[in-house]
Design a protein around this ligand. Structure first.
Ligand SMILES: Nc1ncnc2c1ncn2[C@@H]1O[C@H](COP(=O)(O)OP(=O)(O)OP(=O)(O)O)[C@@H](O)[C@H]1O
Ligand SMILES: O=P(O)(O)OC[C@H]1O[C@](O)(CO)[C@@H](O)[C@@H]1O
Ligand SMILES: [Mg+2]
Length: 370
Protein backbone atom coordinates (compact mmCIF):
# COMPACT_ATOMS: atom_id res chain seq x y z
CA UNK A 1 0.00 0.00 0.00
CA UNK A 2 1.43 3.46 -0.85
CA UNK A 3 2.39 5.58 2.16
CA UNK A 4 -0.20 8.20 3.12
CA UNK A 5 0.89 11.75 2.37
CA UNK A 6 1.77 13.62 5.56
CA UNK A 7 1.28 17.37 5.80
CA UNK A 8 2.02 19.84 8.59
CA UNK A 9 0.28 23.03 9.60
CA UNK A 10 1.60 25.82 11.81
CA UNK A 11 0.37 29.26 12.81
CA UNK A 12 2.94 32.07 13.21
CA UNK A 13 2.96 35.77 14.15
CA UNK A 14 0.37 37.47 16.34
CA UNK A 15 -2.76 35.40 16.94
CA UNK A 16 -6.08 36.56 15.51
CA UNK A 17 -9.65 35.50 14.88
CA UNK A 18 -10.11 32.75 12.29
CA UNK A 19 -6.87 30.78 12.76
CA UNK A 20 -8.74 27.77 14.09
CA UNK A 21 -11.11 27.90 11.13
CA UNK A 22 -8.05 27.42 8.87
CA UNK A 23 -6.77 24.48 10.93
CA UNK A 24 -10.18 22.81 10.93
CA UNK A 25 -10.62 23.27 7.19
CA UNK A 26 -7.16 21.84 6.47
CA UNK A 27 -7.89 18.72 8.52
CA UNK A 28 -11.31 18.21 6.96
CA UNK A 29 -10.07 18.70 3.39
CA UNK A 30 -7.02 16.48 3.95
CA UNK A 31 -9.34 13.63 4.83
CA UNK A 32 -10.73 13.77 1.27
CA UNK A 33 -7.24 13.15 -0.10
CA UNK A 34 -6.39 10.58 2.58
CA UNK A 35 -3.56 12.80 3.88
CA UNK A 36 -2.60 12.84 7.54
CA UNK A 37 -2.15 16.23 9.22
CA UNK A 38 0.31 17.15 11.96
CA UNK A 39 -0.33 20.36 13.89
CA UNK A 40 3.03 21.89 14.81
CA UNK A 41 3.20 23.64 18.16
CA UNK A 42 4.33 27.28 18.36
CA UNK A 43 5.45 27.57 14.74
CA UNK A 44 9.22 27.39 14.23
CA UNK A 45 9.75 26.78 17.94
CA UNK A 46 7.97 23.42 17.63
CA UNK A 47 10.08 22.48 14.61
CA UNK A 48 13.25 23.42 16.50
CA UNK A 49 12.34 21.29 19.53
CA UNK A 50 13.59 17.70 19.87
CA UNK A 51 11.52 15.69 19.64
CA UNK A 52 9.64 17.97 17.26
CA UNK A 53 6.52 19.23 19.00
CA UNK A 54 3.55 18.24 16.90
CA UNK A 55 0.29 16.37 17.27
CA UNK A 56 -1.66 14.29 14.82
CA UNK A 57 -4.91 16.12 14.12
CA UNK A 58 -8.06 14.30 13.17
CA UNK A 59 -11.53 15.59 12.42
CA UNK A 60 -12.67 14.92 15.97
CA UNK A 61 -9.81 16.97 17.44
CA UNK A 62 -10.74 20.02 15.38
CA UNK A 63 -14.48 19.67 15.84
CA UNK A 64 -16.04 22.92 17.06
CA UNK A 65 -12.79 24.92 17.13
CA UNK A 66 -13.89 27.38 14.47
CA UNK A 67 -15.75 29.24 17.21
CA UNK A 68 -12.65 29.71 19.38
CA UNK A 69 -10.39 32.74 19.38
CA UNK A 70 -6.60 32.32 19.29
CA UNK A 71 -5.01 29.22 17.82
CA UNK A 72 -5.04 25.72 19.26
CA UNK A 73 -1.57 25.25 17.75
CA UNK A 74 0.07 28.13 19.62
CA UNK A 75 2.13 30.78 17.85
CA UNK A 76 5.25 32.97 18.13
CA UNK A 77 6.12 36.43 16.86
CA UNK A 78 9.63 36.47 18.26
CA UNK A 79 12.64 34.24 17.85
CA UNK A 80 13.38 34.55 14.14
CA UNK A 81 15.38 31.31 13.56
CA UNK A 82 17.86 33.16 11.33
CA UNK A 83 18.72 35.50 14.23
CA UNK A 84 17.63 33.56 17.26
CA UNK A 85 18.20 35.25 20.63
CA UNK A 86 20.46 33.03 22.76
CA UNK A 87 20.63 33.06 26.59
CA UNK A 88 23.99 34.90 26.51
CA UNK A 89 22.43 37.75 24.53
CA UNK A 90 23.96 36.78 21.17
CA UNK A 91 21.96 36.00 18.01
CA UNK A 92 22.44 32.60 16.37
CA UNK A 93 21.36 31.20 13.01
CA UNK A 94 19.28 28.16 14.02
CA UNK A 95 17.54 27.76 10.68
CA UNK A 96 19.17 24.34 10.06
CA UNK A 97 17.48 22.90 13.16
CA UNK A 98 14.08 24.18 12.06
CA UNK A 99 14.61 22.84 8.55
CA UNK A 100 15.59 19.45 9.93
CA UNK A 101 12.43 19.42 12.06
CA UNK A 102 10.31 19.27 8.90
CA UNK A 103 12.26 16.27 7.61
CA UNK A 104 12.32 14.50 10.98
CA UNK A 105 8.55 14.73 11.08
CA UNK A 106 8.50 13.08 7.64
CA UNK A 107 6.42 15.83 6.09
CA UNK A 108 5.57 15.85 2.40
CA UNK A 109 4.34 19.44 2.60
CA UNK A 110 3.77 22.26 5.09
CA UNK A 111 1.06 24.90 5.38
CA UNK A 112 2.23 28.05 7.19
CA UNK A 113 -0.44 30.46 8.34
CA UNK A 114 1.29 33.78 8.94
CA UNK A 115 1.55 37.50 8.35
CA UNK A 116 4.12 39.34 6.26
CA UNK A 117 6.94 38.72 8.74
CA UNK A 118 6.31 35.03 9.26
CA UNK A 119 5.67 34.23 5.60
CA UNK A 120 8.98 35.84 4.60
CA UNK A 121 10.84 33.77 7.20
CA UNK A 122 9.00 30.56 6.34
CA UNK A 123 9.65 31.02 2.62
CA UNK A 124 13.36 31.45 3.28
CA UNK A 125 13.36 28.24 5.34
CA UNK A 126 11.39 26.42 2.64
CA UNK A 127 13.79 27.41 -0.14
CA UNK A 128 16.83 26.60 1.94
CA UNK A 129 15.46 23.32 3.28
CA UNK A 130 13.70 22.01 0.21
CA UNK A 131 10.29 22.11 1.84
CA UNK A 132 7.06 21.90 -0.12
CA UNK A 133 5.45 25.01 1.30
CA UNK A 134 2.08 26.74 0.93
CA UNK A 135 1.28 30.01 2.74
CA UNK A 136 -2.02 31.25 4.14
CA UNK A 137 -2.23 35.00 4.93
CA UNK A 138 -3.43 35.97 8.38
CA UNK A 139 -2.97 39.13 10.41
CA UNK A 140 -5.15 41.75 12.00
CA UNK A 141 -2.89 44.29 10.27
CA UNK A 142 -4.15 43.24 6.78
CA UNK A 143 -0.76 44.19 5.38
CA UNK A 144 0.14 41.03 3.45
CA UNK A 145 0.72 41.76 -0.25
CA UNK A 146 -1.30 40.22 -3.10
CA UNK A 147 -4.46 39.54 -1.08
CA UNK A 148 -7.32 41.91 -0.42
CA UNK A 149 -7.99 40.32 2.95
CA UNK A 150 -6.03 38.33 5.50
CA UNK A 151 -7.66 36.13 8.12
CA UNK A 152 -8.13 38.06 11.38
CA UNK A 153 -8.58 41.57 10.03
CA UNK A 154 -12.35 41.46 10.06
CA UNK A 155 -12.53 40.30 13.68
CA UNK A 156 -10.18 43.11 14.74
CA UNK A 157 -12.29 45.58 12.81
CA UNK A 158 -15.47 44.42 14.58
CA UNK A 159 -13.82 44.82 17.98
CA UNK A 160 -12.58 48.31 17.09
CA UNK A 161 -15.96 49.47 15.79
CA UNK A 162 -17.74 48.15 18.87
CA UNK A 163 -15.27 50.03 21.05
CA UNK A 164 -15.81 53.24 19.08
CA UNK A 165 -19.57 52.92 19.46
CA UNK A 166 -19.16 52.63 23.20
CA UNK A 167 -16.69 55.50 23.44
CA UNK A 168 -19.07 57.74 21.53
CA UNK A 169 -21.71 57.54 24.28
CA UNK A 170 -19.28 58.59 26.98
CA UNK A 171 -17.81 61.31 24.72
CA UNK A 172 -21.28 62.79 24.16
CA UNK A 173 -22.27 62.54 27.83
CA UNK A 174 -19.13 64.39 29.00
CA UNK A 175 -18.66 66.71 26.01
CA UNK A 176 -15.18 65.33 25.47
CA UNK A 177 -12.78 64.36 22.76
CA UNK A 178 -12.06 60.63 22.84
CA UNK A 179 -8.91 59.36 21.16
CA UNK A 180 -8.67 55.66 20.39
CA UNK A 181 -5.33 54.11 19.38
CA UNK A 182 -5.60 50.96 17.31
CA UNK A 183 -3.06 48.34 16.21
CA UNK A 184 -1.89 47.72 12.68
CA UNK A 185 1.89 47.58 12.90
CA UNK A 186 3.08 49.86 10.05
CA UNK A 187 -0.22 50.06 8.19
CA UNK A 188 -3.44 51.98 8.88
CA UNK A 189 -6.02 49.43 7.69
CA UNK A 190 -7.75 48.94 11.04
CA UNK A 191 -7.74 52.68 11.71
CA UNK A 192 -9.23 53.79 8.37
CA UNK A 193 -11.87 51.05 8.26
CA UNK A 194 -12.88 51.29 11.93
CA UNK A 195 -12.79 55.08 11.76
CA UNK A 196 -15.25 55.16 8.86
CA UNK A 197 -17.51 52.42 10.25
CA UNK A 198 -17.43 53.93 13.75
CA UNK A 199 -18.14 57.50 12.61
CA UNK A 200 -14.83 59.07 13.67
CA UNK A 201 -14.22 62.74 12.90
CA UNK A 202 -10.45 62.48 12.65
CA UNK A 203 -8.57 59.40 11.38
CA UNK A 204 -4.78 59.38 11.43
CA UNK A 205 -2.88 56.67 9.57
CA UNK A 206 0.86 56.25 8.97
CA UNK A 207 0.40 56.49 5.21
CA UNK A 208 -0.79 60.15 5.30
CA UNK A 209 0.98 63.08 7.02
CA UNK A 210 -1.09 65.34 9.27
CA UNK A 211 -0.81 68.60 11.17
CA UNK A 212 -1.94 69.05 14.76
CA UNK A 213 -3.25 72.46 13.73
CA UNK A 214 -5.72 70.89 11.31
CA UNK A 215 -6.64 68.06 13.70
CA UNK A 216 -7.59 70.73 16.25
CA UNK A 217 -9.26 72.93 13.63
CA UNK A 218 -11.58 70.03 12.79
CA UNK A 219 -12.50 69.61 16.46
CA UNK A 220 -13.02 73.36 17.03
CA UNK A 221 -15.10 73.64 13.84
CA UNK A 222 -17.33 70.88 15.13
CA UNK A 223 -17.72 72.60 18.48
CA UNK A 224 -18.61 75.89 16.78
CA UNK A 225 -21.28 74.07 14.81
CA UNK A 226 -22.82 72.82 18.06
CA UNK A 227 -21.23 69.36 18.30
CA UNK A 228 -20.08 68.85 21.86
CA UNK A 229 -17.81 65.86 21.23
CA UNK A 230 -15.34 64.44 18.74
CA UNK A 231 -13.92 61.00 18.07
CA UNK A 232 -10.34 60.54 16.91
CA UNK A 233 -8.87 57.22 15.71
CA UNK A 234 -5.11 56.95 15.46
CA UNK A 235 -3.08 54.00 14.17
CA UNK A 236 -0.24 52.89 16.44
CA UNK A 237 2.46 53.56 13.82
CA UNK A 238 1.52 57.21 13.28
CA UNK A 239 4.49 59.42 14.08
CA UNK A 240 4.60 62.72 15.95
CA UNK A 241 4.09 65.83 13.85
CA UNK A 242 7.87 66.17 13.55
CA UNK A 243 8.19 62.58 12.32
CA UNK A 244 9.39 60.77 15.45
CA UNK A 245 8.01 57.25 15.99
CA UNK A 246 6.54 56.61 19.44
CA UNK A 247 7.57 53.26 20.85
CA UNK A 248 8.51 51.96 24.26
CA UNK A 249 10.89 49.30 25.46
CA UNK A 250 9.53 46.89 28.04
CA UNK A 251 11.46 45.23 30.85
CA UNK A 252 12.40 42.33 28.52
CA UNK A 253 14.01 44.79 26.15
CA UNK A 254 11.30 44.44 23.51
CA UNK A 255 10.53 47.56 21.50
CA UNK A 256 6.77 47.94 21.00
CA UNK A 257 4.39 50.47 19.52
CA UNK A 258 2.12 52.33 21.91
CA UNK A 259 1.72 55.93 22.98
CA UNK A 260 0.90 57.98 19.89
CA UNK A 261 -2.72 58.23 21.08
CA UNK A 262 -1.58 59.88 24.30
CA UNK A 263 0.61 62.32 22.36
CA UNK A 264 -2.29 63.29 20.07
CA UNK A 265 -4.70 63.51 23.02
CA UNK A 266 -2.36 65.76 25.04
CA UNK A 267 -1.86 68.07 22.09
CA UNK A 268 -5.61 68.31 21.43
CA UNK A 269 -6.36 69.16 25.06
CA UNK A 270 -3.53 71.70 25.18
CA UNK A 271 -4.45 73.44 21.94
CA UNK A 272 -8.27 73.37 22.17
CA UNK A 273 -8.83 73.42 25.92
CA UNK A 274 -11.37 70.61 25.47
CA UNK A 275 -11.22 67.76 27.95
CA UNK A 276 -9.75 64.75 26.18
CA UNK A 277 -9.40 61.09 27.11
CA UNK A 278 -7.31 58.44 25.43
CA UNK A 279 -7.79 54.71 25.10
CA UNK A 280 -5.38 52.15 23.68
CA UNK A 281 -7.50 49.28 22.41
CA UNK A 282 -4.56 46.87 22.43
CA UNK A 283 -4.75 43.10 22.34
CA UNK A 284 -8.54 42.99 22.56
CA UNK A 285 -8.33 43.40 18.78
CA UNK A 286 -6.59 40.07 18.42
CA UNK A 287 -8.89 37.89 20.38
CA UNK A 288 -12.48 37.10 21.02
CA UNK A 289 -14.92 35.17 18.94
CA UNK A 290 -13.82 35.09 15.30
CA UNK A 291 -16.22 37.03 13.08
CA UNK A 292 -18.29 35.13 10.50
CA UNK A 293 -16.22 36.66 7.69
CA UNK A 294 -12.94 35.47 9.21
CA UNK A 295 -14.39 31.99 9.63
CA UNK A 296 -15.42 32.01 5.97
CA UNK A 297 -12.07 33.29 4.77
CA UNK A 298 -10.20 30.87 7.01
CA UNK A 299 -12.29 27.96 5.77
CA UNK A 300 -11.84 28.87 2.10
CA UNK A 301 -8.09 29.37 2.51
CA UNK A 302 -7.69 26.09 4.44
CA UNK A 303 -9.50 24.04 1.80
CA UNK A 304 -7.60 25.76 -1.03
CA UNK A 305 -4.21 25.28 0.65
CA UNK A 306 -4.74 21.50 0.80
CA UNK A 307 -5.91 21.49 -2.82
CA UNK A 308 -2.66 23.20 -3.83
CA UNK A 309 -0.67 20.49 -2.06
CA UNK A 310 -2.72 17.81 -3.81
CA UNK A 311 -1.93 19.50 -7.14
CA UNK A 312 1.77 19.70 -6.27
CA UNK A 313 1.74 23.50 -6.44
CA UNK A 314 4.23 24.98 -3.94
CA UNK A 315 6.05 28.19 -3.03
CA UNK A 316 2.74 29.96 -3.35
CA UNK A 317 0.15 31.59 -1.09
CA UNK A 318 -3.62 31.43 -1.19
CA UNK A 319 -5.12 34.89 -1.60
CA UNK A 320 -8.47 36.60 -1.86
CA UNK A 321 -8.81 38.57 -5.10
CA UNK A 322 -11.97 39.70 -6.88
CA UNK A 323 -14.34 37.45 -4.91
CA UNK A 324 -12.25 34.30 -5.43
CA UNK A 325 -9.49 32.34 -3.78
CA UNK A 326 -6.43 32.31 -6.02
CA UNK A 327 -2.85 31.05 -5.69
CA UNK A 328 -0.15 33.71 -5.97
CA UNK A 329 3.61 33.22 -5.95
CA UNK A 330 4.81 33.58 -2.37
CA UNK A 331 7.66 35.77 -3.61
CA UNK A 332 5.10 38.27 -4.92
CA UNK A 333 3.12 38.25 -1.67
CA UNK A 334 6.11 38.95 0.57
CA UNK A 335 7.78 41.41 -1.81
CA UNK A 336 5.12 44.08 -1.54
CA UNK A 337 4.09 45.51 1.82
CA UNK A 338 0.42 46.43 1.61
CA UNK A 339 -0.32 49.74 3.29
CA UNK A 340 -3.56 51.72 2.93
CA UNK A 341 -3.93 53.03 -0.62
CA UNK A 342 -3.88 56.79 -0.32
CA UNK A 343 -5.76 57.03 -3.64
CA UNK A 344 -8.11 54.18 -2.76
CA UNK A 345 -11.83 53.97 -2.05
CA UNK A 346 -11.59 54.09 1.74
CA UNK A 347 -9.58 57.30 1.98
CA UNK A 348 -11.90 58.86 -0.63
CA UNK A 349 -14.91 57.73 1.43
CA UNK A 350 -13.51 59.29 4.59
CA UNK A 351 -12.86 62.56 2.76
CA UNK A 352 -16.36 62.37 1.27
CA UNK A 353 -17.70 62.16 4.82
CA UNK A 354 -15.75 65.32 5.73
CA UNK A 355 -13.49 63.36 8.08
CA UNK A 356 -10.00 64.78 8.60
CA UNK A 357 -7.56 62.11 7.37
CA UNK A 358 -4.46 64.24 7.07
CA UNK A 359 -2.83 66.55 4.59
CA UNK A 360 -3.94 65.61 1.12
CA UNK A 361 -4.11 67.90 -1.91
CA UNK A 362 -7.02 70.26 -1.08
CA UNK A 363 -7.82 70.68 -4.78
CA UNK A 364 -8.47 67.01 -5.26
CA UNK A 365 -12.05 65.86 -4.95
CA UNK A 366 -11.63 62.10 -4.63
CA UNK A 367 -14.50 59.66 -4.99
CA UNK A 368 -14.75 56.00 -4.01
CA UNK A 369 -15.71 55.48 -7.69
CA UNK A 370 -12.83 54.79 -10.09
N1 LIG B 1 9.75 31.79 14.77
C1 LIG B 1 9.27 32.76 14.03
N2 LIG B 1 8.59 32.52 12.94
C2 LIG B 1 8.16 33.56 12.23
N3 LIG B 1 8.35 34.83 12.54
C3 LIG B 1 9.05 35.08 13.61
C4 LIG B 1 9.52 34.06 14.38
N4 LIG B 1 10.16 34.57 15.36
C5 LIG B 1 10.12 35.86 15.24
N5 LIG B 1 9.47 36.19 14.20
C6 LIG B 1 9.41 37.56 13.95
O1 LIG B 1 8.11 37.93 14.07
C7 LIG B 1 7.90 38.91 13.13
C8 LIG B 1 6.62 38.62 12.69
O2 LIG B 1 6.21 39.82 12.21
P1 LIG B 1 4.80 40.23 12.56
O3 LIG B 1 4.62 40.42 13.99
O4 LIG B 1 4.44 41.27 11.57
O5 LIG B 1 4.10 38.86 12.35
P2 LIG B 1 3.38 38.37 11.15
O6 LIG B 1 3.75 37.00 10.84
O7 LIG B 1 3.52 39.36 10.05
O8 LIG B 1 1.97 38.33 11.76
P3 LIG B 1 1.30 39.53 12.52
O9 LIG B 1 1.74 40.78 11.82
O10 LIG B 1 -0.13 39.27 12.39
O11 LIG B 1 1.77 39.43 13.92
C9 LIG B 1 8.89 38.74 12.02
O12 LIG B 1 9.37 39.97 11.58
C10 LIG B 1 9.96 37.93 12.64
O13 LIG B 1 11.13 38.67 12.86
O1 LIG C 1 1.59 40.62 20.68
P1 LIG C 1 2.67 41.64 20.61
O2 LIG C 1 4.02 41.05 20.58
O3 LIG C 1 2.48 42.69 21.64
O4 LIG C 1 2.55 42.35 19.18
C1 LIG C 1 1.72 43.41 18.91
C2 LIG C 1 1.69 43.63 17.43
O5 LIG C 1 1.15 42.50 16.79
C3 LIG C 1 0.05 42.89 16.01
O6 LIG C 1 -1.11 42.74 16.79
C4 LIG C 1 -0.09 42.02 14.80
O7 LIG C 1 1.01 42.18 13.97
C5 LIG C 1 0.31 44.36 15.68
O8 LIG C 1 -0.84 45.02 15.24
C6 LIG C 1 0.89 44.82 16.99
O9 LIG C 1 1.72 45.93 16.82
MG1 LIG D 1 3.04 41.43 10.26
Amino acid sequence: MPKRKRIGILTSGGDCGGLNAVTRAVVRRARDYDMEVFGIKDATVGLMARPVEAELLDVKRVSGILRYGGTILGTVNKGNPFAFPMPDGSLADRSAEVIEGYHRLGLDALIGVGGDGSLAILRKLALQGNWNFVGVPKTIDNDVGATEYSVGFNTALSVAVEALDQLTYTAISHSRVMVMEVMGRDAGHIAISAGIAGGAHVILIPEIPYTLENVCKKIIDRKERGNNFSIVVVAEAVKTESGAPITYTNSLGQCLYGGIGQYIGNEIALRTGIETRVMILGHLQRGGTPSPLDRLLGAAFGVAAVDLIARGQFDCMVAWQNRRVVAVPLAEAVAQYRGVEVDGALVATAIGLNTYVGELDPHRFPSPLP
